[in-house]
Design a protein around this ligand. Sequence first.
Ligand code: SF4
Length: 154
Amino acid sequence: MNFLDTKPKVYFKTFGCRTNVFDTQVMMSNLKDFEITQNEKDANVVVINSCTVTNSADSTARGYINSLNKLPKKPRVIFTGCGVWTKGENLFKEEKVDSLFGHSEKENINELLKNDERFFTAGDLEHIDETIVEEFVGKSRAFIKIQEGCDFRC
Ligand code: SF4
């Protein structure tokens, strides 16, 4: 990726609950060498923050991935969120997505996206974020996250 001219544009697609909405804000806060776009058709990179609470959530994410792969200017597709641990391996092996990273790696998103190679960094499930989100991009209300992931009871 060429960082000399303009910054590559990143679009975030967030599925699931407010935990994921917050996690997307954490990722946005840590993106220093990229520009955030609100239009996926302009994006060089699309980061999918997935939900895996139901089969329907999984199939919605798969449908979205397929739609990205049909865009005239196909973006690099990066998959993260709750689906990494359940569906990540298959998505990576089938080359449906370019790369994946788990919840614990989201504060490293800037460095991860600068890596042009394919990567699958699942991370661990015990991680607690240190980022303080100071600005909620595209949101009128801020909120505080009190746990990682969910108990799959919804
Ligand atoms: S925490 Fe649960 S409901 Fe929220 S995005 Fe993850 S799997 Fe879905």
